[in-house]
Write a protein that binds this ligand. Sequence first.
Ligand SMILES: Nc1ncnc2c1ncn2[C@@H]1O[C@H](COP(=O)(O)OP(=O)(O)OP(=O)(O)O)[C@@H](O)[C@H]1O
Ligand SMILES: [Mg+2]
Length: 291
Amino acid sequence: MVDKLEKALQKAREQRQAQLDRQELEQRNAPPPPPGALDSNFIGSNMVELEDAYLEKRHIVAHHTRHIEADIFRILRTKILQTMNQSGMKTLGITSANYGDGKTTIALNLAVSIALDLKQTILLVDLDLRKPNVTEYLGITAEYGISDYFLNDVPISKCLLRPSFDRMTILPAGQVMDNSSEVLGSPKIAALAKELRARYPDRLIIYDMPPTLVQDDPLAFLPNVDAILMVVSDGVTKVHDLKQSLHILAGANVIGTVLNTSAVQGQSKRVAKVISYLEERFLNPDKTSAQ
Ligand SMILES: Nc1ncnc2c1ncn2[C@@H]1O[C@H](COP(=O)(O)OP(=O)(O)OP(=O)(O)O)[C@@H](O)[C@H]1O
Ligand SMILES: [Mg+2]
């Protein structure tokens, strides 16, 4: 029985690996982006003002000084920067098992925290093309985004937004798309990801991804990220779901977990009560506080 299960898992792993290999090959041979789509003004000049009170309501707090949650994000930032810089990694995908686990909240806080590190610039990309939230959580509107680049060749410089945090750029999702996994697995998007990665040597890219158990989008985009950070919702994410997600992500470089809680703790809502950044949690998922 155990043998059978192990064989089935092994087969699933091999099939996934074969799919990833196929995608990687396709993406390596991706044609260059259409002329004009990646123009020289790649930084984008669309400055947008952010409102602090609104950010607070949306639990974007990493820019605060003397704030316990901001401190937690600084710790996460430091660990992530150490890990990524040491091994030359530049792109980080943030995902979780299910909807609503806190991916976008963590992605935004982490991006803000990294932007405040004077040595680092950050590009945050909203890759949740079906349910994008990044600009909404910042209280800003975006005219264009990735899907507009994909569908209509809108130049990337027109899509990029510069919120009023130094060293931070946002690439919004754009118009909502239902067939997003085909889009995210396409050679055109792979070429874009490659170009974004290569453009600035000192810039990190965070991809706010959809959940792994609900959509196959994260899998489709995996060849384009160097590392994955997994968000676990405290007391909500089931161990089974976490294990399942890790099987789906087999072959990806999962560098850690963030335990996020939106549960009311006493009187105050915590943005990220505990940050666990230990692979050990993956190796022994039963030890997580997930149910
Ligand atoms: N630590 C937290 N404290 C309070 N509220 C939180 C916390 N984390 C997330 N939330 C809230 O929970 C909701 C879901 O969070 P968020 O959108 O970040 O999750 P998500 O995983 O990106 O969801 P989706 O899968 O729909 O994209 C949002 O309303 C967000 O403000
Ligand atoms: Mg989200």
